[in-house]
Design a protein around this ligand. Structure first.
Ligand code: ADP
Ligand code: ZN
Length: 606
């Protein structure tokens, strides 16, 4: 899109700075420039020039003990040190020199004006432009930006342009698009709504995890409606100086009202819209900014054509004042894409790169379960990079599968040297997970097992593939999943009789799941359907806080341990029952480093 910055009005302050600089220039730089034009000669030359009558103006400076003089046609200026010469006056008189008391003009008047006035002005304007541009580029700006733009918002205006993002570029997210289509309709023809008396919500909140396309959707609304798009990040409003954020808000809205109908997009609105907790010494600046935003939203009348879209991934932290009717009262969830959505996103991004004909997008989408739109875009790009590295003309299925691992687990760590014993342990550990998963019919089948170390620190991993979309999970499935997590450690115990640090991530995952079963999903007999925990950060990893008495906490802890222990025992039992397969598979993995789900099942069922 064409990004056009509005010209900033120069300030009085700015002129003042230029003036000061100009004076300094004249005092310091000009004499220096003049000095450069004077040729220093010895006294002999001076005498011989006077004798030849080749001399024009002369100025005697007794203080500095120098004589400055020109030749006959005043084209060159010379300087010489003065010696004690009683005949000086006579000599000059004979030579016909003119003794003007004033300084000798060394330059033509025209050049002198250029050098004294115009050049410095040009220089300082250029410096000013460069500096203020640099400061503007620094997001948010700091102390410096105040000097040049005095709180004027850095909002960019995206003038309507044909290469703008359209709804078609945002794959999946059909519900969100449907919701936003109404806004597009409204922006096309606000009058239609005004006639009936219907009013559009002023503010719409896009909520969802990072990288799901919230920014894209906002841009797409502007693109579809063919209206200007102002965007600003919440954190940009929070300035170093109290009051700057508020003035930026004011400015942004002034600009928007001028350009209506238009879209104003505020990213990370939680940065300014956090609940005001009334703490002493709270963030004054943020509160002022928020207040200004609320005032602006209340201030503009219905149907004026300015629609504010805001994005956040922590909606629960927003101040209720912000979400009340008349402000951001409409909320559009932008969730992680489901299987179909992932496939579509992959296809949208695949259009930009050369793909082999036989790429199975569905399989890639299944492998990348839980990935966001941004991660999927990244997977396609990684695959393209891999193809280039291998000197291939197009991206293959293999590139894509490898790049999923890169995005999920990091690059292969080529130089990590594991001892033979360690490799063996890792192989058994991974086969342990896979075997326990495969033997419990409810677990998703294994896609791939590898013991190539990754930069993320994983020494190996078992990749599972979901067969379709799952919206519900039964208690048994959750238990099986915990058993699968414990399968790695169980294999180490069964085979080596000792345990390693390799299971820390498994332990974390198993605990999280077991805890959720008890405190949130009501899956233990003791607590029935009582929530012991509330989730606070749904879109960012899902922190939760306990909401129960200390005694209950103690019981919960015991229940969690009991649950995990039971599944761990189950996993150990499964492995003991299949000890031969475990050895055979681990041996195979140890030799091959990477095996596919098919190879795994073939050996298991042989
Ligand atoms: P958010 O604002 O939700 O954090 P963005 O809109 O900035 O996410 O998305 C980041 C990038 O991820 C986009 O530039 C795009 O390449 C990709 N992306 C995310 N979601 C989608 C989607 N639904 N369809 C296509 N690309 C997507
Ligand atoms: Zn493990």
């Amino acid at each position: 899109m064409n990004e056009v910055k509005r010209p900033r009005k120069p300030l009085l302050y700015y002129y003042f700075v230029v003036l000061i600089c100009l004076m300094l220039f004249n005092m310091i730089a000009m004499p220096w420039i003049a000095e450069q034009q004077i040729e220093t000669v010895d006294y002999n030359t001076f005498i011989s020039m006077t004798e030849k009558k080749d001399i024009g103006q002369v100025s005697i400076n007794t203080q500095e003990n120098v004589i400055i003089f020109t030749d006959k046609d005043e084209s060159a200026v010379y300087k010489t040190a003065m010696v004690d010469d009683p005949d000086l006056t006579k000599r000059l008189y004979d030579a016909g020199a003119s003794f003007s008391g004033e300084e000798i003009k060394q330059m033509s008047p025209f050049l002198s004006i250029i050098l004294t006035w115009i050049l410095p002005i040009v220089i300082f304007i250029v410096i000013g432009q460069v500096m203020s541009k640099k400061l503007m580029d620094r997001a948010g700006g700091g102390k410096g930006s105040m000097m040049f733009n005095m709180g004027r918002s850095n909002a960019k205006i995206y003038v309507k342009s044909s290469d703008g993002i359209k709804f078609d570029d945002v794959a999946g997210e059909d519900e969100a698009k449907e919701n936003l289509a109404e806004i597009v309709e409204y922006l096309h023809d606000p009058g239609k709504y005004k006639e009936i008396g219907a009013s559009m919500p002023k503010g719409i909140l896009l909520v969802g995890p990072p990288g799901t396309g919230k920014t894209m959707l906002a841009k797409a609304v502007a693109g579809e409606a063919d209206v200007p798009f102002f965007s600003m990040s919440g954190s940009e409003f929070v300035e170093m100086f109290v009051g700057m954020g508020a003035s930026k808000v004011r400015d942004l809205f002034n600009q928007a009202k001028e350009k209506a109908p238009c879209i104003v997009f505020i990213d990370e609105i939680d940065a300014i819209g956090k609940k005001r907790d009334g703490q002493i010494g709270g963030n004054d600046e943020r509160e002022q900014t928020l207040n200004q935003l609320l005032t602006e939203m209340d201030g503009f009348e219905e149907n004026n054509g300015v629609i504010i879209l805001a994005a956040t991934n922590r909606p629960e932290s927003l101040d209720p004042a912000l979400t009340r009717p008349g402000r951001f009262d409409r909320r559009i969830p932008v969730e992680l894409p489901d299987l179909k959505g992932r496939e579509e996103i992959l296809k949208v991004h695949a259009k930009k790169v050369k793909m082999a004909d036989n790429v199975d997008y569905n399989k890639i989408a299944r492998m990348a379960s839980g990935a966001s739109g941004a991660e999927l875009a990244n997977i396609i790009n990684e695959a393209a990079l891999r193809a280039v590295r291998d000197n291939r003309r197009y991206v293959t299925q293999e590139d894509l599968e490898e790049s999923i691992e890169v995005v999920i687990a990091g690059y292969q760590k080529k130089n990590a040297i594991l001892t033979d014993k360690e490799r063996k342990i890792v192989a058994y550990h991974e086969i342990g997970h896979a075997l326990v998963a495969a033997k419990q019919t409810n677990s998703a089948p294994v896609q791939k097992i590898t013991i190539v170390p990754r930069t993320s620190g994983a020494l190996g991993y078992t990749m599972q593939v979901e067969e379709g979309n799952r919206y519900l999970m039964s208690k048994e499935e959750m238990e099986d999943k915990i058993a699968t997590y414990t399968g790695g450690r169980a294999a180490e115990e069964v085979v080596f009789g000792s345990i390693t640090t390799g299971a820390s991530n498994d332990i974390e995952q198993a605990t999280k799941l077991a805890r959720a079963m008890i405190t949130r999903y009501g899956m233990s007999e003791d607590f029935d359907m009582v929530a012991m925990e509330v989730q606070t950060n749904q879109y960012l990893g899902g922190d939760s806080s306990l909401a129960c008495s200390a005694q209950t906490q103690k019981i919960i802890d015991e229940k969690v341990v009991e649950l995990v222990k039971k599944q761990h025992e189950k996993a150990t039992r499964i492995l003991l029952e299949n000890r031969e397969k475990l050895d055979e598979l681990a041996q195979y993995l140890y030799q091959k480093e990477t095996i596919t789900g098919e190879e795994f099942m073939k050996i298991l069922n042989a």
